[in-house]
Design a protein around this ligand. Structure first.
Ligand SMILES: Cc1cc2nc3c(=O)[nH]c(=O)nc-3n(C[C@H](O)[C@H](O)[C@H](O)COP(=O)(O)OP(=O)(O)OC[C@H]3O[C@@H](n4cnc5c(N)ncnc54)[C@H](O)[C@@H]3O)c2cc1C
Length: 460
């Protein structure tokens, strides 16, 4: 790259361009996952669509590897790239609620907490994930599952429209009526097709919810997991409930007697009054031993969404692996118990998120995201604040996943993949939709400019 070329990009941006000599470079290149240490050539902090167009054109013309960064939460750090250009859309926030049409226009730099905050006063919510600091952009483009999934579907099932800057620098809108093939690809195809500069979502009536965690000591996990497995498919869709194997952190507000105790946790969200929520959970809870802790209560939906934020702060070591799970057999539960008992740190966890209800009412070929017959999305995450434990948490998560993977159908959620899982894994995830995605990749990004992602190769 010619000397001074970066200067031409810098002067064309309304936002800022942060290079290696800038004082804020080290802060700006930090990602959520402290295990990832990438050194991009420059970070273009985009303020608007014009900035994104300038950055895409610059990166392409200078033949730089390009990474797109929304919330920066990608496990493998796909929001950055060594020796390339980061197109950072995090300054592009802004949420506009259309209460009468129940739609929400969202800037690509928003976290899910930004959107929950804005939509809550209107008694509305868009289904996102379970930690409010996660970026809407990456979460949506990979699929998006959370507390409201059973009733209202994945985040992509509520994506009505997106504005996109394509690899050639052109700007298009994708909806069911224009560039419908692009909208199809964005519904699960990740950051492969361009830089999304605006999302339009359908929102739903959600305000106060009966929600929170219930925990039992892990010695009871077999009973809990079996009962949960049998209960969930019959439970009303107003109830979202995921199950996890984890350890109680040695910190407030957890009761001291449970600090460091391995637990099986059920985290539920009933979208409705307490009495209905209790009734929905009764067939499960009445059949189970008394929990060690039950923190379910009525709360504003955003309070639930941010309940775990304080535990998972930016900069910790993360290594995760995921799978879609169709059936949770007794044998698989035994393997879970064996592996979870070896968790190397307090924060390391396994979660099973429901993928049923409304998700199943959309056909496998209607969106790029195809695991419509899965029952859960599983994530095994090795997490610790200490960089010296990076190897330990990684080895644990891999070994746990390898022991469980034979029970599962094949692909996993792209947003719970690392970058060492190989092309075959991405292909297995998209299954019969892969060829159509590859053809659309050829149509919209033939040179594979956007390849720092779970990459879909352009068709030959
Ligand atoms: C603590 C935590 C909790 C999580 N919980 C959930 C959950 O409950 N449900 C769930 O579904 N997922 C969850 N995830 C996974 C999450 O969906 C992914 O990590 C997701 O990639 C985060 O998006 P981001 O914008 O923050 O990440 P980034 O690292 O910024 O981006 C991730 C990917 O998206 C692409 N991308 C980002 N912005 C754009 C854009 N504007 N246009 C095109 N491509 C773009 C990037 O190229 C990159 O490939 C969680 C992750 C963490 C760390």
């Amino acid at each position: 790259m010619a000397n001074g070329a970066l200067e031409t990009l810098k002067v064309s941006l309304r936002g800022t361009l942060i290079g290696r000599d800038d004082a804020d470079y080290d802060e700006a290149r930090k990602l959520y996952n402290g295990m990832i240490d990438k050194r991009p050539l420059a970070i273009a902090r985009c303020d608007d669509v014009a900035d994104v167009i300038a950055a895409v054109n610059f990166g392409r013309d200078q033949k730089l590897p390009i990474a797109i960064r929304g919330g920066g939460h990608s496990g493998p750090g796909l929001g950055s790239v060594d020796d390339g250009l980061v197109i950072d859309v995090s300054p592009m926030k802004g949420v506009r609620i259309d209460a009468s049409n129940r739609t929400v226009r969202v800037g690509p730099g928003c976290t899910s907490g930004d959107v929950d905050h804005a939509s809550h006063p209107f008694g509305l919510a868009v289904p996102f994930g379970i930690v409010s600091t996660t970026g809407v952009a990456g979460l949506t483009l990979g699929g998006g599952s959370g507390h409201l999934t059973r009733k209202f579907g994945l985040t992509i099932d509520n994506l009505l429209e997106a504005d996109v800057v394509l690899a050639d620098g052109s700007f298009v809108t994708a909806s069911d009526t224009v560039n419908a093939d692009l909208l199809w690809a964005l519904r699960g195809g990740g950051g492969n097709f361009g830089v999304v500069t605006s999302f339009l979502f359908r929102a739903h009536p959600v305000s106060m919810v009966f929600a929170g965690p219930i925990a039992w000591e892990q010695s009871k996990a077999r009973t809990i997991m079996r009962a949960y497995r049998d209960f969930l498919p019959k439970a009303p869709e107003e109830l979202g409930a995921f199950v996890g194997l984890k350890t109680t952190p040695a910190a407030d507000p957890f009761p001291k007697e449970f600090w460091g105790v391995r637990i099986c946790m059920l985290v539920s969200c009933y979208n409705g009054p307490e009495k209905d929520g209790k009734k929905a959970l009764a067939p499960l809870l009445d059949a189970l031993p008394a929990p060690a802790l039950n923190w379910m209560d009525m709360m504003p939906y955003p309070a639930l969404q941010s309940m775990f934020d304080g535990l998972y702060l930016k900069g910790m070591q993360w290594y995760w692996r995921g799978d879609f799970v169709k059936e949770l057999s007794d044998r698989a539960i035994e393997v879970h118990l064996e592996q979870a008992a070896r968790a190397p740190s307090e924060l390391s966890l396994m979660h099973l998120y429901p993928i049923d209800g409304a998700v199943h009412r959309i056909g496998k070929e209607e969106t790029a995201w195809t695991a419509r017959d899965a029952t859960w999305s599983m994530v095994i995450a090795g997490i610790d604040p200490n960089p010296q434990k990076a190897g330990l948490v990684t080895r644990w998560a891999k070994a746990y996943w390898e022991a469980l993977h034979p029970f599962n159908p094949g692909g996993g959620y792209v947003n719970f993949m690392m970058d060492d899982e190989g092309d075959a894994r991405v292909k297995a995830t998209y299954g019969d939709n892969y060829d159509r995605l590859a053809a659309l990749k050829k149509k919209y990004d033939q040179a594979n400019l956007f390849r720092v992602n779970q990459n879909i190769r352009p068709a030959a």
